[in-house]
Design a protein around this ligand. Structure first.
Ligand SMILES: Cc1cc2nc3c(=O)[nH]c(=O)nc-3n(C[C@H](O)[C@H](O)[C@H](O)COP(=O)(O)OP(=O)(O)OC[C@H]3O[C@@H](n4cnc5c(N)ncnc54)[C@H](O)[C@@H]3O)c2cc1C
Length: 326
């Protein structure tokens, strides 16, 4: 275990921090896959989280931050270090703004916005996970993403509490500065909205909920889309020429279009299954392993590259792998 006893004692002494040693991570992920963390550390307040992060950085303890675990592939060997979670979930509505802690579920923020008659997040209903991770990955659906709402983000860099405005977050499709600065952890976000009709917003959210629950049954152990969609302008010209124009939406082509053509649908390895109805949806259909999951992903990437000459890129994030870490 790479966490010296003295450091562990100091971590434990931070108030509002709960530490579990050798904790299996599978139950903390939607895939239900992953070996143990040397220490799983939950901080209930922003102050406690900042102190914890500062300590592990200072002591050079290997660490990763996770939240709801809905977009993670955790290695079968787990993570030999500290896995940190910020659990603060306060959501405060004031006028046309919402200020919320990173550990709040995105759905709680969506619900609060609808209840307050604020429009702008109703299409994000049923995107699982936390607000903090939604900022990190610029989560979105139906042509909208969180970047349209973010006014400012308060984060810790492991030393100080800092703030970024929307431009400073450098949002792009499923990208933000936080994806490149893994040592920066979102603590709170302030979001702004326009006034809307509460009943209409609820109706729109309910419609989307029904569609999404059919596509991703709530008990399905998956991460939503494994691969990001492809930006049309970044595809090789000969590939662009093959794409039916109606498939291009908001400048993006569904990765599923390419995955389907290389035989992804229905593929299975061990208990890892690619959905028969959606080539970009992979789920754990029993006692699936990270090894099989990663091998299916690698296989699909290779097939797309061999056939189309470009690489599809994962949206899902890895924990405990040498090659790619969160
Ligand atoms: C059924 C299903 C459907 C989905 N549909 C969509 C969709 O429509 N659109 C979409 O965008 N996504 C979708 N996703 C993916 C997932 O919901 C998002 O990526 C979500 O934002 C992940 O949140 P999480 O709290 O579970 O994060 P985790 O999976 O725990 O972590 C994801 C990443 O966020 C980082 N992170 C977590 N908290 C913080 C923080 N406070 N500060 C900085 N970094 C942090 C972690 O280090 C990690 O790299 C779907 C997933 C599932 C299972």
């Amino acid at each position: 275990m790479p966490i010296p006893l003295g450091t562990l004692e100091r971590m434990r002494s931070i108030s509002d921090v709960v530490i579990r040693l050798e904790e299996p991570l599978a139950p903390y992920t939607r895939f239900g896959i992953g070996g143990p963390a040397a220490a799983l550390c939950d901080a209930a307040t922003a102050g406690a989280f900042a102190e914890l992060l500062h300590l592990v950085c200072q002591q050079q303890i290997p660490h990763v931050v996770i939240a709801g675990g809905t977009n993670l592939i955790v290695s079968d060997d787990g993570f030999d270090g500290a896995v940190l979670r910020f659990r603060g979930e306060r959501v405060t509505v004031g006028g046309e703004r919402i200020n919320a802690e990173a550990g709040a579920s995105l759905q709680a923020v969506v619900n609060a916005s609808i209840a307050a008659g604020l429009q702008g997040m109703q299409t994000m209903t049923r995107i699982p996970g936390s607000l903090g991770a939604a900022v990190y990955g610029n989560a979105g659906a139906y042509g909208h993403s969180i970047q349209e709402r973010v006014e400012r983000v308060v984060f810790t860099d492991g030393g100080q509490e800092r703030m970024l405005d929307n431009a400073g977050c450098e949002f792009h499709y499923r990208e933000s500065l936080f994806k490149r600065r893994k040592d920066w952890v979102v603590l709170t976000a302030e979001l702004s909205f326009e006034p809307g009709d509460r009943a209409e917003l609820q109706r729109a959210a309910d419609e989307i909920k029904a569609i999404r629950d059919a596509k991703y049954p709530p008990a399905m152990r998956c991460a939503g889309s494994i691969f990001k969609n492809c930006l049309f302008n970044e595809l090789p010209p000969e590939v662009q020429a093959q794409i039916p124009p109606k498939l291009v939406r908001d400048g993006k082509v569904p990765s599923a279009y390419f995955l389907e053509q290389v035989g992804a649908k229905g593929m299975r390895r061990g208990d890892i299954q690619v959905a028969g109805y959606h080539a970009n949806l992979i789920y754990n259909d029993g006692a699936g392993t990270a090894e099989d999951l990663v091998s299916v992903i690698e296989d699909l990437k290779e097939r797309v590259f061999d056939r189309f000459g470009f690489a599809v890129e994962e949206e899902v994030q890895y924990v405990g792998f040498e090659r790619v870490a969160v």
